[in-house]
Design a binder for this molecule. Structure first.
Ligand code: ADP
Ligand code: ZN
Length: 737
């Protein structure tokens, strides 16, 4: 990604009475509006302010000098400056840059940076109590009251709860003493949360780890922009190494952001951080709700949160002293946000680092082609950890050719797979069966009339979830009861499941391996960190010896006695018409395979496939990652596909099929003509109906140097489409559905 010019201005001088400023509001508006600074108020570029908009007051950010677009007579006053540290200059430029790159309104991006409006209000004051200087004379002192006063005689003020605990009484006693005039309330300073300790010793590093850590630490000390790809097989100690860089940033007095895909943000990771740094980091992901979220946002803005670990949205937190960004599992598809402002958090993180002039480290066992090519081009430095730590061996990977060893109809585990499971469990070791499909079966059909159960709102099959007793659409959440008869031909007992989901594999295991202590692991059965902690404990205690799960078991978990990984359908990712299909399947299967034999016990991986000669499977079997990627990179280069060319998708959608078609055609007819730019489509999207909206796609394919954002902006502004039709722009698309 090339840094481009940004539109935010250098920090404006402090503004006072009568000056005009532009205020950006967290709303999908085309631009920032002018406001006047009233008498007695001082604002700075980046100040959070509340301003009138129509009848209401809205919080926004001072973006720069006024544009003069509004007539003096219609100019309205800023209502108030909010009690939050101003948004840093680099952050404001980042907001503008993201808006420009993703072809979104700057206000829509600002909204992501102001996702917790309540955090803009100062937190409720903390009240503590001191002994009143002149208490009423005639009050009786019970022993409890006397203990409270004794405690306060020489100590600092304390909160009611604390006082009660220390004095061994109820908070009622404290409250009554306040009413009686024996205690005096005072406002207390909120103690900052305990900070992570960079000085605590980590493990002694191997020579390769030491070298990698030293070069990352050097980048941190330099304190200027640099991007490094830290690449090493699972278990090679990448986390230990980036912890060293993180410690260095803390020693330099800077804040650190660690991005992780949501599902890799496991309790195990947090515990490990706490072990190394003494406290848990500040968390930012969908599980952090309400009050915590508010407190965390503010702690980041005020610089009290020193290390934040979060999912992609953490990138938009208002850090004031950010000094290092780490993007772990940088190849993960989960970094792409697919609705609202459509962005890739890894790519935006690189730009965030660039604008803030700080180092960024991208980490992966299977780096994305984009990052590899950036290393080749000399834009990123590379740090490589060649081996698993402590001599743990890479697992032995074999294909099971399902053409030769097919299971009986309606079953999905080959004889070899079953045998390997029996052996492994028999030795007292543990195993994992991986299938990236939730539920029991992805499709239900009627044997008599051929009816398929589809979602009424989406062009997608309903997935049979037997555990919940429902048919569910994985795209919109629509659910229906599993009917006793076919709704079309009324045949009874004619509905059959097609294909397996993890629940069906569990049924098969139950029938074929009566001794297995299995559990199904999906986002349905293990919905959050608590459930995951329980699962990890059950595995450690040996109460479970077989996991049957989706990709949620592929990430970040470490089960020392797990030695066999069985991939039920290694071909699953190949047929979705996506030019990244091979790359992604490789990355996913590599990660799954990496769960086997993480310690001294050797691991084994079985890949069930109808096409074992596929280059992805061959690369996994031969442990020849680099040659595989070279081949993929060469193919991309020849086809002019990313990162050698650029793509952007326009998705046209509307509740009315005809209007959606019409709008897509209009866009097709008014498509820009430019050197090195090709427009493909419009065409029906593979998901031609999604949540009740008809969808059509156009694809812009361009040379790497083509200014596609400008072309698209211009194109959309000329198109003049009805407001019932929506066009979302997806620059650098990862999903083609
Ligand atoms: P990665 O992030 O590359 O998968 P980790 O950092 O998680 O690798 O390391 C894998 C395992 O090896 C972890 O249990 C980790 O604690 C351990 N480990 C890695 N390096 C060292 C070291 N230098 N000393 C002790 N244990 C280490
Ligand atoms: Zn649906």
């Amino acid at each position: 990604m090339a840094p481009t010019d940004t539109t935010a201005e250098p920090p404006a001088a402090i503004k006072t009475h009568g000056d005009r400023v532009r205020v950006l509001l967290p709303l999908p508006l085309a631009e920032a509006y002018d406001y006047r600074v009233p008498g007695g108020m001082i604002v700075d570029a980046g100040s959070f302010v509340s301003v009138p908009l129509g009848q209401r007051l809205v919080a926004g950010v001072v973006w720069g000098d006024g544009s003069g677009a509004v007539d003096e007579s219609r100019l309205r006053d800023i209502d108030a400056v909010l009690d939050v540290p101003p948004m840093a200059d680099a952050m404001r430029r980042f907001v503008d840059w993201v808006a420009d790159y993703t072809v979104s309104a700057p206000g829509s991006v600002l909204r992501m940076a102001m996702s917790v409006p309540a955090a803009l209000e100062p937190p409720a004051p903390l009240i503590g109590y001191l002994a009143a200087p002149d208490p009423p004379e005639d009050t009786r002192l019970t022993p409890a009251r006397r203990r409270v006063l004794d405690l306060l005689a020489d100590g600092p003020p304390r909160q009611a709860r604390e006082l009660a605990r220390e004095a061994g009484c109820g908070t009622g006693v404290v409250k009554a003493m306040v009413t009686a005039g024996l205690l005096q309330p005072v406002e207390m300073r909120r103690p900052p949360p305990p900070a992570p300790q960079p000085g605590r010793a980590g493990p002694a590093l191997s020579p390769a780890q030491t070298e990698a850590a030293a070069s990352l630490q050097e980048a941190v000390r330099q304190g200027t922009y640099s991007a490094t790809l830290l690449d090493g097989v699972t278990g090679s100690g990448k986390t230990e190494v980036y912890f060293e860089a993180l410690a260095e940033a803390l020693r330099c007095g800077r804040q650190v952001l660690v991005l992780l895909p949501e599902i890799a943000l496991s309790p195990q990771w947090l515990d490990r951080f706490a072990e190394r740094f003494g406290v848990r980091p500040t968390e930012w992901h969908s599980d952090v709700g309400g009050t915590r979220r508010r407190a965390n946002w503010r702690a980041v803005a005020e610089g009290e949160a020193r290390v934040v670990v979060g999912a992609r949205s953490a990138l938009f937190l208002p850090f004031s002293e950010l000094g290092l960004i780490i993007v772990d599992e940088e190849h993960e598809g989960a970094y792409k946000q697919e609705d609202g402002v459509i962005y890739h958090a890894r790519d935006m993180a690189v730009m965030r680092a660039h604008l803030a002039d700080i180092p960024i480290v991208l980490v992966s066992a299977t780096p994305s082609i984009e990052s590899r090519v950036n290393v080749e081009r000399g834009r990123y430095q590379a740090c490589h950890l060649p081996d698993r730590f402590g001599g743990a061996q890479l697992p032995e990977v074999e294909a099971v050719d399902m053409r030769q060893s097919a299971p009986p109809t309606g079953r999905f585990l080959s004889p070899q797979m079953l045998e390997a499971l029996v052996d492994t469990l028999g030795r007292g070791e543990q195993a994992m069966l991986f299938l990236n499909r939730r539920g029991y079966a992805p499709l239900t059909v009627c044997r008599s009339c051929g009816h398929r159960f589809e979602c009424p709102n989406c062009s997608a099959w309903l997935v049979d979830h037997r555990l919940r007793g429902r048919l569910i659409c994985h795209h919109c959440g629509f659910t229906a009861r599993h009917p006793p008869e076919c709704p079309v031909c009324a045949a009874v007992d004619s509905l059959v499941p097609c294909g397996p989901g993890v629940e069906r594999i569990a049924e098969e295991v139950d029938a074929s391996l009566p001794g297995a202590r299995w559990t199904v692991v999906t986002s349905d059965t293990v919905p959050g960190p608590k459930a995951m902690t329980q699962l990890v404990a059950d595995m450690a205690a040996g109460e479970i010896n077989l996991l049957i799960g989706t990709q949620i078991i592929a990430k970040g978990h470490h089960f020392p006695r797990l030695t066999l990984v069985g991939v039920v359908d290694a071909d699953l990712g190949f047929n979705n018409g996506d030019f990244r299909a091979f790359e992604r399947t490789y990355q996913l299967l590599h990660q799954v395979a990496g769960r086997a034999g993480r310690e001294s016990l050797p691991g084994r991986v079985l890949l069930q496939s109808y096409e074992p000669e596929n280059p992805v499977l061959q690369a996994l079997i031969d442990h020849d990652r680099d040659r595989f990627f070279e081949g993929q990179i060469e193919a991309r280069r020849r086809a002019g596909l990313p990162p050698f060319g650029r793509l952007a998708a326009l998705i046209v959608s509307g509740r009315d099929r005809h209007q959606a078609d019409q709008a897509a055609r209009t866009l097709g007819q008014t498509a820009p003509r430019a050197e090195g730019v090709e427009i493909i489509g419009p065409a029906e999207a593979p998901l031609s109906l999604l949540r009740g909206r008809f969808r059509r796609r156009l694809l812009v394919k361009a040379r790497r140097s083509a200014p596609i954002q400008g072309l698209i902006r211009d194109w959309l502004s000329r198109a003049n489409l009805p407001s019932s039709v929506r066009v979302s722009v997806d620059v650098d698309p990862y999903s083609f559905l």
